[in-house]
Design a protein around this ligand. Structure first.
Ligand SMILES: *Cc1c(COP(=O)(O)O)cnc(C)c1O
Length: 351
């Protein structure tokens, strides 16, 4: 029973392709000449929409894309025939058939994966574990591995704490630098969004920003050049008057001190507007703030319309996808705010 996607017309994310491209250009221009800027588009481009993001970044000149899974590589395959696409999660035995027929390359994450890929004769990338202990081959193992027969494009490692000023950054950089040419490769890559802001030593040949493409600001150095790529917009479903002593929402966590006009909007935690926004979130109408009242429900949220009491059923309200602000309001990471956006939004693009 294939179903048609029908949007209610009450909830949308409005994306601006020019903002996306300007964020990518900003990240591309931070390193000195000689560094290429790629793009992490895993998880459907962090929920923004992989095909929409990839097509715009290709137009802007991006040729290096990073996804997590072979499925994600397939979803952008038609767009990326002239590009380098890396599957970060590597290649397991049961994925070999799909992987060998794909135009994407695996990021080989273990000796076992190196040996599995060797007979394919196809290009690959290699991840080195320099201290994050997530995926990757340990620095100490590198010298003992037979790399023959592999065509390694990108030799990579990943920073665990690039959004903080901690010694782990320099330690990982030193460990990655020490690998030198002991693994044959074309290009080296270390920096994610935050890593780009750490400075020249971290840039190598290719960077892999994700979050900041979509408006995330993991380090203050990026706050001048990175902007939100969209806004979340929802309609009011009902406007009501309440009196002093009246409660709002599940478990009556808000009680009015006096008469109030409140609005109920078509946005809830099933749309990624999590319960963390209860009592702390803020939507707006034009320049007027409409604070969240009480608990966010699954499909609905209550708002104080004191600043815009004329609003009525069907009117649009919203907020910019300002990830640092939404993260602070909700206690979610900037990554989670974005990737939680859910399936009920109509995703609209201008530019
Ligand atoms: C997700 C990811 C990135 C992008 O990281 P951001 O912090 O979103 O810029 C880069 N490299 C690897 C290996 C990743 O998993």
């Amino acid at each position: 029973m294939g179903g048609r996607i029908v949007h209610t017309g009450n909830l949308k994310v409005q994306f601006d392709g020019d903002r996306l491209v300007s964020n990518w250009n900003a990240l591309r221009n931070i390193p000195l000449a000689g560094t290429t800027c790629g793009a992490a588009v895993k998880a459907n481009a962090y929920g923004v929409g992989a095909t929409e993001v990839v097509s715009r970044l290709i137009k802007a000149g991006c040729r290096d894309f990073f996804v997590a899974t072979w499925q994600e590589a397939e979803e952008i395959a038609a767009l990326t025939t002239d590009c380098s696409v890396t599957v970060l999660n590597g290649v397991l035995g049961h994925e070999m058939e799909l992987a060998v027929s794909s135009n994407a390359k695996p990021m080989l994450n273990s000796l076992k994966q190196v040996q599995r890929w060797q007979p394919s004769g196809k290009p690959c990338d290699v991840m080195i574990n320099t201290g994050m202990n997530r995926l990757g081959i340990n620095c100490g193992e590198v010298a003992e591995i037979d790399w023959s027969g592999l065509e390694i494009d990108v030799l990579a490692s990943h920073l665990a704490s690039a959004d903080e000023n901690v010694s782990q950054n320099a330690e990982q950089l030193a460990a990655f630098t020490a690998i030198g040419n002991s693994v044959p490769h074309n290009r080296k890559s270390l920096a994610n969004s935050a890593g780009i802001a750490l400075g020249g030593g971290y840039h190598f040949d290719l960077t892999r920003p994700g979050l900041s493409l979509y408006g995330g600001i993991p380090r203050a150095e990026l706050s001048d050049c990175i902007n939100p790529v969209g806004s979340l917009e929802t309609r009011l479903l009902q406007v009501r008057q309440i009196m002093a002593g009246d409660h709002v929402g599940y478990n009556a966590t808000f009680t009015a001190n006096g008469p109030m006009t409140i609005g109920i909007a078509a946005l809830g935690y099933a749309d990624g507007y999590g319960r963390g926004f209860s009592g702390s979130g803020l939507l707006s109408w034009e320049d007027q703030s409409l604070p969240v009242l009480g608990r966010v429900s699954m499909d609905l949220v209550a708002l104080d319309l004191a600043k815009a009491p004329h609003l009525k059923e069907g009117d649009w309200i919203g907020c910019p996808l300002d990830l640092p602000i939404l993260s602070e309001q909700s206690d979610l990471s900037q990554y989670e705010v974005l990737t939680s956006l859910g399936a009920r939004y109509e995703r609209c693009w201008n530019n």
